[in-house]
Design a protein around this ligand. Structure first.
Ligand SMILES: [Zn+2]
Ligand SMILES: [Zn+2]
Length: 422
């Protein structure tokens, strides 16, 4: 896990840098595809994902080394061939996992976060799950195991394969000629993120679009059908942690409420969106019907709150980078505690962005908890060893968090006029 933390230490500034480039480009060509709150929410979602993954919080059902040991039929000796075969096998597994995530209720829960943005830009690529708690992915890598691809090759290629899916989340690149027949392009992936009936659940490929063409899920972007982004049941929150468990929560409620015992069992494995008849009538859920005419989520906000959300995001990112930087020194228990501060932090400030009045309590409690830890340990997870007075600055940050929570809940909210709510 430490090597993953090191990779993220470099990858995070790189991704954030490219998001900034896209924002500046959008400004320059006067075609901005970002809005502050949505982008803060997307980047915060990325932070939750990398913190969770770096801690290895997943229950492995089947591991790749286990399959390799029992299934390998051959051993490929040529080194370059191993890498090529492994990459194709990973992409094939990725296609089927993605297809499973789109089509089965239970699996949709871990993927809905990625589709939850109503914008389409580089930041939305970073909306990655924390609700993928079951490690079954190795099963999809059976072809690689049969071919004897070493575990190390998979471990190196997996993050590269994931990171290579970042660039095509943009509206600034048009169709790409012959490449449209080989790899997934921005145009194809715009179709994938769209909820238009022509586009939904299409283009499930990750790097190569060949799988979509082979298995009948390919759809070209059409001039007459402009993609409309989001999910049919809108998330209606900036809080990525809530979005990660929203669908699961609805399934649990439906399974509990339905009177039909067969439905209680099968709801988990039915097609995405399927609900038992009785609860569907008794507890209707809002679904977007006209994709060309729905109101994007945008609770009332202000320039000050937008600036404050950015400040919170930057501070959380810096704290997380320090967590990765000092990964081995902090130790697992410390990392869990550090991760908890980051999670509660993101929960708190995104709830404040949602203008929920209970946000103030989360902000006060986490602020006090942060100050208490600094007071008790006289440090912030070893920060003072790297940065003189580092823990002092973290304490100032927690103080700002407490006052920010109070200000945006009790003072600014009453000052807001309706025309600011855009
Ligand atoms: Zn998808
Ligand atoms: Zn995507």
């Amino acid at each position: 896990m430490e090597s993953y933390a090191i990779a993220l230490l470099y990858a995070t500034p790189f991704f954030i840098g490219l998001v900034l480039v896209e924002i500046l480009y959008g400004r320059f060509v006067k075609n901005q595809k970002h809005n502050v709150m949505d982008t803060v929410s997307s980047l915060s979602s990325g932070l939750t994902n990398v913190v969770k993954d770096s801690l290895g919080l997943v229950l492995i059902l089947v591991s790749y080394p286990f399959l390799l040991e029992h299934l390998a039929l051959v051993e490929i000796n040529s080194t370059w061939l191993v890498w090529v075969v492994a990459f194709i096998a990973l992409d094939f597994a990725g296609y089927w996992n993605h297809r499973l995530s789109h089509h089965i209720n239970f699996f949709w829960n871990q993927h809905v976060i990625h589709h939850s943005s109503e914008e389409f830009n580089l930041a939305c690529a970073l909306r990655q799950p924390i609700s993928n708690l079951l490690g079954y992915y190795a099963l999809l890598l059976i072809p690689a195991a049969l071919l004897g691809v070493p575990e190390k090759v998979i471990a190196i290629l997996a993050p590269i394969h994931l990171f290579a899916q970042f660039w095509y989340h943009t509206q600034h690149i048009g169709k790409m000629g012959w490449l449209e027949y080989v790899i997934v392009t921005p145009s194809q992936h715009r179709v994938h993120h769209a909820i238009n009936k022509e586009y939904i659940d299409k283009n499930l490929g990750q790097i190569f679009c060949v799988w979509d063409r082979m298995f009948g899920t390919f759809q070209e972007e059409l001039d007459e059908v402009p993609p409309q982004y989001g999910v049919l049941k809108p998330a209606e929150t900036w809080n990525p942690i809530i979005i990660n468990f929203q669908h699961l929560w609805r399934l649990m409620q439906d399974a509990w409420r339905t009177r039909n015992y067969w439905d209680k069992m099968r709801i988990w494995f039915m097609p995405t969106g399927w609900r038992p008849k009785d609860v569907k009538i008794k507890y209707p859920v809002k679904i977007i019907e006209n994709v060309y005419n729905f109101k994007k989520y945008q609770p009332e906000t202000s320039t000050a709150l937008k600036g404050y959300a950015l400040f919170q995001l930057i501070m959380t990112t810096m704290l997380m980078l320090f967590m990765f930087y000092n990964y081995s020194e902090i130790g697992f228990d410390g990392l869990l505690l550090f991760g908890a501060y980051i999670f509660v932090g993101i929960y708190g400030y995104t709830t404040l962005m949602d203008r929920k009045s209970y946000a103030v309590w989360i902000e006060i409690i986490r602020g006090v908890a942060g100050l208490a830890l600094i007071y008790m340990t006289n440090d912030w997870f070893g920060l003072d060893g790297f940065l003189p007075l580092g823990s002092y600055w973290v304490a100032v940050y927690f103080l700002i968090t407490i006052f920010g929570g109070i200000y945006f809940t009790f003072f600014e909210k009453s000052l807001i006029s309706p025309d600011l709510a855009s």
